[in-house]
Design a protein around this ligand. Structure first.
Ligand SMILES: C[S@@+](CC[C@H](N)C(=O)[O-])C[C@H]1O[C@@H](n2cnc3c(N)ncnc32)[C@H](O)[C@@H]1O
Length: 407
């Protein structure tokens, strides 16, 4: 194992840096597992939720920001009293016990019995994207994980039929699906939206637009509505880009800014609560739309969905796909931007997202073979795939109406 790590570190050059970093993390994780005793295993898993609780306390008290700021200003370590000062009335003794625990899990560094300093993990925990992600996971997702074992046992480990029969309903004691529930829980919706927006800005520079040849696909395409074209919500021009379930419109803005000269409308579609908060971007039409209903924008060049189909059970996903297929004209293309999992060796993060989809919405991540099957069931055909973040398995699939499906 040690020689394996040496080999990996040997490959830690500036080229393929991220691949090597991930390989190193995976190898070290295996090394830790190989060294653990039964008692270590009890405490690893038994205290896992304590770790997240302590991180949440640290965020609530502003510990990570405070230590990071002190370091950035050259003030070094911060005393427990300094943290009490920021949280008037907080008891120093309890606080020091929490800080000591945070140091034991390397979230901060203890430099004396009552003084603490930031380390790399502390700085990450002070980052607003990380805070937004943790607010979403700890406040909204964690109760679903807790409910999952009992829910699966009660349902004989069968996939949920739809998004109103999942661990989410058990966790939150509701009959609503997660998105309808969000509409009634503004604080949880804000954590989710912040995380989605910031995560995408931060995760990597690449998006589908960095690999997909938009110009090549729109060459010769005419957006003017002519006779014989399907009625398209009374519009004079066809849409060039319809972002179905596009959140509050970051991607529509990106498309419009990147392709100001591409003619045709850019349309953002989402539920009313997202459209109410949507960005106002010149050249982008914000439209309330429920994707389980008939698609009102017909014959667009690109129908685009990112992170939509993985949110839903296969049966519900098929409804979304069929409505899109029915709106597509001969020149239309559906772009499905999702993870495309390898058949084996899926990363922990991707496997966790898959189970999170199961718990929250009855959704799932898919391999390429599973995508082909899902699309074929809705009369669609996967033509080609452009990977833009291969390490995260993220890519955009180019999909056309299947042969024999009439427009
Ligand atoms: C996982 S988010 C993805 C958002 C966006 N596509 C992105 O990649 O950033 C799912 C989106 O689908 C929207 N959504 C959920 N149910 C919907 C429905 N029935 N009709 C339209 N949009 C819906 C949500 O409001 C949310 O914005």
């Amino acid at each position: 194992m040690i020689s394996e790590i040496r080999r990996v570190i040997g490959g830690y050059t500036h080229t393929a840096l991220e691949t090597t970093r991930q390989l190193l993390l995976r190898t070290l994780s295996r090394l830790i597992a190989s060294l653990e005793s039964p008692s270590d295993v009890i405490h690893r898993y038994g205290h896992m939720t304590l770790q997240t609780a302590a991180i949440r306390i640290g965020i609530d008290l502003g510990v990570f920001r405070l230590l990071t700021q002190a370091q950035a200003e050259g003030r070094g370590a911060v005393s427990v009293d300094g943290i009490v000062e920021r949280n008037p009335g907080a008891g120093g003794l309890v606080l020091n016990r929490i800080l000591r625990y945070l140091a034991s899990i390397d979230a901060i560094t203890q430099v004396s019995p009552t003084r603490y300093a930031a380390n790399q993990r502390t700085r990450h925990l002070a980052d607003k994207t990380v805070e937004a992600g943790l607010a979403h996971f700890l406040n909204t997702v964690a109760p679903q994980y807790e409910a999952l074992p009992a829910w699966l046992a009660q349902n004989n480990y069968q996939p949920p039929a739809d998004e109103t029969h999942t661990a989410f309903q058990a966790a939150w004691n509701t009959h609503l699906d997660a998105f309808a529930w969000f509409a009634e829980h503004a604080d949880h919706l804000a954590y989710f939206n912040d995380y989605m927006a910031l995560r995408r800005q931060r995760a990597h520079d690449a998006t589908w637009l960095s690999v997909f040849p938009v110009a090549r696909y729109v060459r010769g395409w005419n957006p003017d509505v002519d006779r014989g074209v399907k009625e398209s919500a009374g519009r004079k021009q066809k849409a060039v880009y319809v972002n179905v379930g596009g959140g509050i419109g970051h991607q529509c803005r990106e498309f419009r800014e990147r392709y100001p000269d591409v003619t045709g409308e850019v349309v953002l579609q989402d539920l009313p609560h997202s459209i109410a908060n949507a960005l106002e971007t010149p050249g982008v039409v914000n439209m309330e739309f429920d994707f389980f209903e008939e698609q009102p924008v017909k014959d667009a060049k690109f129908y685009y969905m990112r992170g939509i189909l993985h949110d839903h059970s296969p049966a519900r996903g098929r409804v979304i796909l069929e409505h899109t297929r029915d709106a597509m004209g001969p020149e239309s293309i559906l772009l499905v931007d999702e993870m495309i999992l390898p058949e084996t060796g899926v990363s922990q993060m991707a496997a966790a997202i898959d189970l999170t989809m199961l718990a929250a919405l009855g959704g799932q991540e898919r391999t390429e073979a599973q995508w082909r099957e899902t699309l074929a069931e809705a009369g669609l055909e996967l033509v080609e795939t452009y990977m833009y973040a291969p390490l995260l398995y993220e890519g955009v699939m180019v999909v056309r109406r299947g042969r024999g499906v009439e427009c």
